[in-house]
Each structure stands twice: as structure tokens, then as C-alpha cells.
Write a protein that binds this ligand. Structure first.
Ligand code: ACO
Length: 383
């Protein structure tokens, strides 16, 4: 590295653009979606209203919410093409690969006959419609993914249920308790948006080439799959399974830290003194622990948190409470990151539309550290 270039590995600390979608303030430990604190949204708003907020900048009026819900219900059902695409994915593939494939197929069907790549990025109106269709279609994709791994047929959506309740219905084939619906709705709101995280930035990079919205979302799904990002909620449950019970935490942690393992669900690139979303999700987890009468889960959670924070001073992120919460709700561990996709698609699409509204191709520079210039032996340049 030369002294002239100040390389920011991992783009840490780099402000890459402006955004009006959300504001993360690690100093005050706050996260605002379009100005509203995320805790207030998670405890008062249905996920559909938050989706509208992210796309339009304002919470919906009653009439706007009713209209969004009407459109969302229209596009809820699994189409035969998407169901067939899902069934082509091997049962032992990771569900994130299934979700990525289904979204890719949805895009190919939706954009069929739409012209050359020169028109790929689409108008703002077309992209809003695509965003709503993706938002509406993802629950059936995620729900069927879990069901088919259990050897179960898809469950048709219910028009009388709101988004979160219907998502649970399509997954489990039974109506969920209001405590569970509320906890699930909270998780969706908390996962919806988080400024220039790795998957959102990926989506913005793809959108900046004037590619289509579906391609940008497919790329974002790939970025979210990694355990340093969305894959961590799944990884937290693997850790809980490994530890087993609260009394094993000390020994387990001693060994994990000695072997330099990363403890999934802890740490954050931006928040260094705690993730602003954790307390709201932790309250939902506490309610689920009580609802399902599983004090053991609460004890293991508390023990690992207090021991790890005491030893390393690294705090839990949202994946730490949401992993055990999804487990208690009955979701399979491998379904956790697809649930994150269903929530974050709202933030991704809001960012894609924002990127396109004031686009500049995202193309950073690199510092070359390879061999000096050299030549093929015997090469004779053209005259
Ligand atoms: N377990 C153990 N040590 C950790 C952890 C952890 N979870 N997180 C950070 N550290 C340590 C690192 O080992 C490093 O120590 P060192 O300086 O002695 O080498 C130091 O803290 C700094 O960590 P980095 O990974 O360099 O910090 P960065 O800002 O790049 O990492 C990240 C953020 C990737 C989230 C990291 O904390 C991590 O890997 N956490 C576990 C995965 C996770 O939970 N991801 C979810 C992110 S939030 C979300 O997607 C909702």
C-alpha cells in the first residue's frame, strides 16, 4: 500500500452517499425509519404500514393502508411457475438458495417481453409495483420452503388475515395466538431497514448499473445469506443448540473464545455499545418465553449475554433475540434468514428506488498490489 491512498478496508467509516430512508446513530443508540424511531414503529404499526413508510416517506392514511393491503392480498398466492421453480431446488439445498431462485424466476416472468437491457431499470411507478409484488409474494415462498422440507403441501393464503398473521398461517396451517403475531410483526419491522448494510449496498450497486429491481434483490439475498450478516440469526440457534442449557455457558464460552470463534449474534460494524433494535425484540422474546412456558430459553439467553458482554464488552445485535424468538414460534432454524429476506425486501426496494432517483454508477477504485508489469516470453507486438 502506498502512503498516498488511505484504504478503508471493508469500506469501514466510508460515507458512500446520502439516504433519506433511515438514519443510524450509534452515539445515541437510535435507528430512525424516515424519522420515526424503530421501537415506536415496531410496537404500534403493522408491517404493511412500515413498508409504505419506507417506500413513500410517510405512514399511510387509512385509505392508503387499505389499498396496499388489497394489492398485497392479490399477489399473496404461490403462482404455479414459482412453485415449480421452488420444487426444482434440491430439498437439502439451503432455503436461502430457494428464495433467491424463486425471486429470480418472479423477475424473469414479470419482465418477460419488457424490451432491451436499456429499459431494465424501469420507471418509478413500475418499480413501486414490483416492490409491492415482491413484498406480497415472499411469505408464500418462505412458508412453502419450510413446509416442503417437512413433507407438507403449501397452504393457501387467507384474505381475512393481515400480512403477519397470514404469513404464520401459510407456514403452520393454523391461526397463531395474538402474542405470537405481535412478536412476529415486531421482528419484521425491526428487520425491515438498516441504511447501507452489506445487502442493501449490494442492491444499490446493482441498481446503479441500471439493471432491474429483481436482479438487485437477488444480489441482496446473496449478500444477506452470509453468517456475518443475515445468516447470523440462524447461527445463533446453532450456538444455543450446542450449549444446551444455561449452566453450560461458562465452559462452552471458555472453549469457544480459546479457539477464537466468533459468537454469532454479538457485535456490529456500526453499533459498538449495543444495537438499538435489541430491547424491543428482547421484550417480544420475553413474551414468547412466557407464552410457551420456556424459562430455560430465557435463562440461556441471559447467561450467554452477561458472560460474553462481561468478558469481551461486545453487545448483542438483533439476531441474538430474534433467533430464539423464531425458534419458539415454530420456525425451522434454516428458515430464519429467509424471514429476514421477507422483511428486508422493503428496505432494499426503497433503497433501489432512491438510488435510481439520483443515480451515479457505484464504482470505487482499488490499490494494485500484484506483480510489476511483465511480458509473455517470445511475444512480438503487432507492427
Ligand atoms: N465474537 C467474538 N469476537 C468478536 C465478535 C463476536 N461476535 N464480534 C467482534 N469480535 C471481535 C473480533 O474478533 C475483533 O477482535 P480483534 O480486534 O481482537 O481481532 C474485534 O471484535 C472487531 O471485530 P470485527 O469483526 O473486525 O469488527 P467488524 O466491525 O468488522 O464486525 C461483525 C462486525 C461482522 C458483525 C462482527 O461483530 C461479527 O462477526 N459478529 C458475529 C456475526 C453477527 O452476529 N452478524 C450479525 C450482524 S447484524 C445483522 O445482520 C442483523
Amino acid at each position: 500500500m502506498t502512503e498516498t491512498n488511505d484504504i478503508k478496508k471493508g469500506l469501514a467509516g466510508v460515507v458512500a452517499d446520502v439516504t433519506a430512508v433511515s438514519k443510524v446513530n450509534p452515539e445515541t443508540n437510535s435507528l430512525l425509519y424516515r424519522g420515526y424511531p424503530v421501537q415506536e414503529l415496531a410496537t404500534t404499526q403493522p408491517f404493511e404500514a412500515v413498508a409504505h413508510l419506507l417506500w413513500h416517506g410517510e405512514l399511510p392514511t387509512d385509505a392508503e393502508l387499505a389499498e396496499l393491503r388489497r394489492t398485497e392480498r392479490e399477489h399473496r398466492a404461490l403462482t404455479p411457475a414459482v412453485q415449480a421453480a421452488i420444487e426444482l431446488v434440491p430439498l437439502d439445498a439451503h432455503p436461502m438458495d430457494e428464495v433467491r431462485t424463486a425471486v429470480s424466476l418472479l423477475g424473469a416472468v414479470d419482465l418477460a417481453g419488457s424490451g432491451s437491457v436499456l429499459d431494465a431499470s424501469g420507471s418509478p411507478e413500475a418499480n413501486l409495483e414490483r416492490s409491492i409484488r415482491l413484498f406480497a409474494a415472499l411469505p408464500a415462498i418462505v412458508a412453502y420452503g419450510q413446509r416442503r422440507r417437512r413433507g407438507q403441501a403449501p397452504v393457501a393464503p387467507r384474505d381475512d388475515l393481515d400480512y403477519a398473521a397470514n404469513f404464520l398461517w401459510m407456514t403452520f396451517g393454523e391461526e397463531s395466538d395474538p402474542v405470537v403475531i405481535d412478536a412476529f410483526n415486531r421482528s419484521l419491522v425491526l428487520y425491515a431497514e438498516h441504511s447501507f448494510n452489506a445487502s442493501t449496498f449490494t442492491a444499490r450497486v446493482i441498481a446503479s448499473t441500471l439493471s432491474d429491481l429483481y436482479s438487485a434483490v437477488v444480489g441482496a439475498i446473496g449478500a444477506l445469506k452470509g453468517p456475518l450478516h443475515g445468516g447470523a440469526n440462524e447461527a445463533v440457534l446453532h450456538i444455543f443448540d450446542e450449549i444446551g442449557q444455561a449452566s453450560n455457558v461458562s465452559d462452552w464460552l471458555e472453549e469457544a473464545l480459546a479457539s477464537k470463534r466468533k459468537i454469532m449474534g454479538f457485535g456490529h460494524r456500526v453499533y459498538k455499545r449495543g444495537d438499538s433494535r435489541v430491547p424491543t425484540m428482547k421484550t417480544a422474546l420475553d413474551e414468547l418465553v412466557e407464552h410457551y412456558d420456556r424459562p430455560d430459553v430465557g435463562e440461556l439467553y441471559a447467561e450467554l449475554e452477561s458472560e460474553f458482554v462481561a468478558r469481551k464488552g461486545i453487545y448483542p445485535n438483533l439476531d441474538y433475540p430474534s433467533g430464539p424468538a423464531y425458534n419458539l414460534m415454530g420456525f425451522d432454524t434454516a428458515t430464519f434468514t429467509p424471514l429476514f429476506v421477507a422483511a428486508r425486501v422493503t428496505g432494499w426496494t426503497a433503497h433501489i428506488m432512491e438510488q435510481l432517483a439520483a443515480n451515479a454508477l457505484i464504482r470505487p477504485l482499488s490499490e494494485y498490489v500484484g506483480p510489476d508489469e511483465r511480458h509473455i516470453e517470445g511475444y512480438v507486438p503487432d507492427a
